[in-house]
Design a protein around this ligand. Sequence first.
Ligand SMILES: [Zn+2]
Length: 414
Amino acid sequence: MVPLLWIAIGLLFLRLAASLWLSALNRASVRRHEGRPPAAVAAIMDEATYAKAGRYTLAKSRFGDVGEVFDALVLSLVLVGGVLPALFDETATWGGPESTWNHAAFIVLAGLLLSVPSLPFDWWEQFGLEQRFGFNQSTPGLWVADKLKGALLGVAIGFPLLWGLLSLVHLAGPQWWIWGFALMFGFQLLMLILYPKLILPLFNKLTPLPAGELRERLFALGERTGFRANSIEVIDGSKRSGHSNAYFTGFGRFRRIVLFDTLVAQLTPTELEAVLAHEIGHYRRGHIPRLIALSAAMMLAGFGAIAWLAGSSWFNPAFGFPPAQLAPSFLLFGLLSGSLTFWFTPLSNLLSRRHEYEADAFAREAMGGPEPLVAALRKLAQKNLTNLTPHPWFSGFHYSHPTLAEREAALLRG
Ligand SMILES: [Zn+2]
């Protein structure tokens, strides 16, 4: 029988191969349309912008490939090299036989350690790739501060949470994983509320949209569509990047709409109204509770799987850890489950794209026609150098949003 370690590494490289193949297909599709854009493109981008978007897509795709190969190699070496079991043995000596804080420390330390190799890639993405295409607004100082803050937050939040989760085994016995799920799910809901209030301000400044025509129009839209917004906020995304976006966070009473300052600068009031109508569409069509329920179901399944693996006599030892130890199973699950969930990406994106169509249709109704949203989407594609000619398999697999052509067709059809 093939040892589990090699099966895990095989799955890692199977995923890598599929991913590289899809991005190669996508690059071929971009090159095929180089200098020969489809007729519909003329309405969206001029020739120079289209050519630049092509170069941006190709550069990003090649950079992504290198990063993925590197990540797979690093993880394989870590798994084969026995670094993590050595770290576990070391941290196990920090506490008594019943203590769990040191096991939580093991997972946190391993997470920090594993995030180090990709740091040069993150740096290059920001100051090489994004810089070259005019998107970078960050500075080396801000970049370092972001990474440090991120790591500190990860420890400050991750450590107590993991400590609590690992302690549940002693408190709740074999059914711990159901309680673990409840703890984690409760934490996730809490974060939906607290994240914009406590964590986001550590990285960005959020200001209420100032009074004026735009604010009047957006609140009027809220009234008209049955979405009483407590506030509409503008986030200083321009501090780091020229890319623009709008999003929606929270649920129920805690919902809030956040617009990037770059978006406010790029779109006309009517176009912004259409974008906000789309975001309200997500809310009014019930997408948010549906996604929360779906992620809860996945999380419960994940906890069940971890409990099963941790309880087995074969899982931990296959990777050099002692059996019947929860912390290593947790970490291994976190590192390896992506090789399996990757294959379900198209399914979750299919659902996501269906939601996008529904939100677009809602925006069309609210705006009395498709034109404002179409204009907004075209401008966003232009400003963000969106790839207008992705390979259909690549977009089918990876895109959470339909392509611009698909969205326009659906908007104009209805
Ligand atoms: Zn959307």
